[in-house]
Write a protein that binds this ligand. Structure first.
Ligand SMILES: [Zn+2]
Length: 414
């Protein structure tokens, strides 16, 4: 059972989506699943459970060697593909098509997980159309699991061949419950993060993995602290913009190094379980894209992801400033920084928050899609944010009809 003995709180918080997936698996209708929602709100964990359910000889006990290798993504009948850069690339999809026409290595089935399936959009049609062939004519038993944050962007032809399962943002109360079930010590967490569990839930914005990371005081919490404090200091003139930009770039560098090290370990393990010939086949026909190249792509992906995560923190600081400046106090996400954002909202930053949010969005898009020079883009962005906060430049847009609300939705404020 996909729902039985699940101890991952991300999944505990999504019983409805899991029941739907289980039913589809039982009825043999899970050939192509589209799991939509923020990755940390359940889709990634659910995709792993689907793979275990399909490939494990015990139906997904989460306890055997097969399940263990699936959770480490080193099972040869599991293809777990994520965009290398901004989009799922045509060669990646070609490899999927080729692999799924062959027999499974170990078991009776293959599972293909595609992260970032929303990049199979109109702008990336050839990759999407290639995948279509596999979705239409399954050779053997193949289960496709597509993950998308914005399912509306997936090519309609691809989307219509999938059964969509929605993972909604996890409500704050459930996040708190899940953290308690994790055995999180509220006193320790409060001392380390300066927040109670409700504050952590709010800061996690419906994403349980993020809530757990913040509570655990690891990467996400450090990043959040680093960036929110840095943004406040830059906005109040206590820190040079270049210093915050350097902080962001060095975080990205560290993420990249860690990903390269992880990739090396995984490749070692994969080679241990497969013969030379199999390794070559699995890696691609010619294997000329060897480990180094693949490792470099994984490292780049981690770097871009860290940059995006840093920019998301800067956004959350400015969203709070915007919320406070329009009196929408209940929309504030970083409750532990309220004094700082309130002070900023009372100054020039308050009337320039929309412009700052636009500038951050622009930079995030440029980093994702245009292969922009990362250091230059981040440096220019932080300098612009500093100038906006100090009132030295005007916002490019002002709050009015059709403008951004503190929640980030495009609505008319009348
Ligand atoms: Zn198992």
């Amino acid at each position: 059972m996909i729902t039985g003995d699940v101890n991952d709180p991300v999944l505990v918080a999504q019983p409805r989506a899991l029941r739907t997936i289980e039913r589809l698996l039982e009825e043999g209708r899970a050939h192509a699943l589209l799991l939509s929602g923020s990755p940390g709100s359940g889709p990634v964990a659910a995709a792993q459970r689907v793979a275990q359910r399909v490939l494990c000889p015990n139906g997904g006990d989460d306890d055997c060697d097969v399940c263990g290798r699936i959770s480490r993504r080193v099972h040869p009948d599991l293809m777990w593909i994520a965009p290398e850069g901004s989009d799922l690339a045509k060669p990646q999809i070609d490899l999927v098509v080729e692999t799924t026409t062959r027999m499974p290595f170990e078991g009776v089935a293959q599972v293909v997980v595609l992260e970032g399936a929303d990049s199979l959009s109109f702008d990336n049609r050839s990759a999407g159309n290639t995948l279509l062939k596999s979705l239409e004519e399954p050779e053997g038993r193949v289960v496709f699991v597509l993950l998308a944050t914005s399912p509306a962007r997936v090519l309609p032809t691809v989307r219509s061949r999938c059964v969509e399962v929605v993972f909604p943002a996890v409500p704050d109360a459930l996040l708190v419950e899940a953290l308690r079930a994790d055995g999180v010590d509220e006193g320790v967490v409060a001392a380390a993060t300066g927040m109670d569990l409700n504050g952590i839930a709010r800061a996690a914005r419906g994403d349980l993995s993020r809530a757990r990371e913040i509570a655990a005081g690891d990467t996400a919490a450090q990043r959040r602290g680093d960036l929110l404090v840095g943004m406040h200091q830059v906005a109040s003139g206590a820190m040079a913009p270049s210093q915050l930009a350097n902080r962001i770039m060095s975080r990205a560098g560290a993420a990249s190094d860690a990903a390269a090290a992880r990739a090396a370990l995984e490749f070692d393990e994969m080679e241990l379980v497969m013969s030379d010939k199999e390794t070559k086949t699995f890696n691609g026909k010619t294997n000329d894209e060897g480990r180094e190249k693949r490792t470099a792509r994984r490292a780049r992906k981690a770097r871009v992801a860290e940059l995006q995560a840093c920019l998301a923190e800067l956004s959350s600081w400015w969203r709070d400033v915007l919320a406070l400046s329009v009196g929408a106090d209940e929309a504030v996400t970083n409750l532990d920084r309220l004094d700082q954002t309130r002070a900023a909202a009372a100054g020039p930053a308050g009337t320039r928050a929309v412009g700052a949010l636009d500038a951050i969005d622009d930079s995030a898009a440029r980093l994702l899609f245009n292969n922009a020079d990362e250091g230059v883009t981040v440096g220019a962005l932080v300098a612009e944010l500093a100038a906006l906060a100090a009132g030295r430049i005007r916002a490019r847009r002002t709050l009015g009809a059709g403008a951004r609300t503190p929640q980030g939705y495009e609505v008319s404020l009348g």
